[in-house]
Structure formats: C-alpha cells, structure tokens
Design a protein around this ligand. Structure first.
Ligand SMILES: [Zn+2]
Length: 153
C-alpha cells in the first residue's frame, strides 16, 4: 500500500485518509514537498495546479473532501485496505492497544464505564475508543464510498 503526502488545501482529506488507516503525511511547503515525498517514498496528493503535470503527483480537481477520498481510494485500489481506528488523526502514528485499567484517569467516566477496548497514540498519547466519533468516522467513509461518480483525475 502506498504512503501519501497531502499538501495545502487538503487538511480535511488528510484526516479522512488517516481515519481509513492510510499512512498520510501533511505539509504546507511548496516545492519542498517533492523532496520530502521522494525521501519518504510518498505519493503527493495536491490541488495545487503547479504540480498538475508532474507524473509523480496525484492532482485532485474535486474540492469536496469525500469526493477526494473516493478518488484516492478508487485510483490506488485501497478499498480492502481500510482499517478504521488504526492511526492517530493528529500525528499519523499507528495506534497501539492499551489496557482498560491504564486509561481510567485519562478518559471520561462514562467512557471508562462503557467501553472495553482502548488504543493510544505513541506520539501524542491521545486515547481512542469505539465511541460516537468512531461511528461518525464509519459514516463519513461509507458516504465517500457511496459516491458513484468520482471526479476524474
Ligand atoms: Zn497522535
């Protein structure tokens, strides 16, 4: 599965891709992203027309994030690779399982009482569980997958 680098106006897409579990870096740099992408072996995803004709770059015409996600999933054949709640939405790091007893003082009381499985980002130490945000993630990704007419690249 390729790793990706979203730039500029694609902050929302970047989060959606991390929700799907895709390794996705984000950068606001200009041409420096070409160097970063080569160094980290990432496919650049951008709406910057400056990179439109670069063969190594996936240029997106659509402005709607769900449509963009659909295009990325379709173009790179990623539908069967989707793994929700496997990557931190903030830092892109793979999440690690953490014992329920270890999160007692780190999540709201209701959450601790009602959920058994938790995972933690090893970088920012944010705790994730399959609560309402998890349901919203699934709904967003399903909405993206339902789009039948994704924008052409
Ligand atoms: Zn994190």
């Amino acid at each position: 599965m390729p790793a990706f680098l979203c730039n500029g106006m694609l902050g929302t897409l970047c989060k959606l891709m991390r929700m799907c579990g895709f390794d996705t870096a984000f950068s606001n740099e200009g041409t420096a992203i070409l160097v970063q992408a080569r160094r980290e072996n990432r496919v650049i995803i951008t709406r910057n027309t400056r990179f439109q004709n670069n063969a190594d770059v996936h240029y997106l015409a659509a402005s709607d994030p769900l449509e963009q996600l659909n295009t990325v999933i379709t173009t790179h054949g990623l539908k069967t690779n989707i793994k929700i709640l496997s990557r931190c939405l903030e830092c892109n790091a793979p999440l690690e399982p953490i014992e329920r007893s270890a999160v007692q003082d780190r999540v709201p009381y209701f959450t601790y009482q009602n959920f058994n499985e938790f995972s933690e980002c090893p970088v920012c130490h944010k705790i994730y569980w399959k609560g309402s945000h998890y349901t919203r993630m699934i709904n967003s990704i399903n909405a993206a997958l339902r789009r039948i007419d994704p924008a052409k690249d």
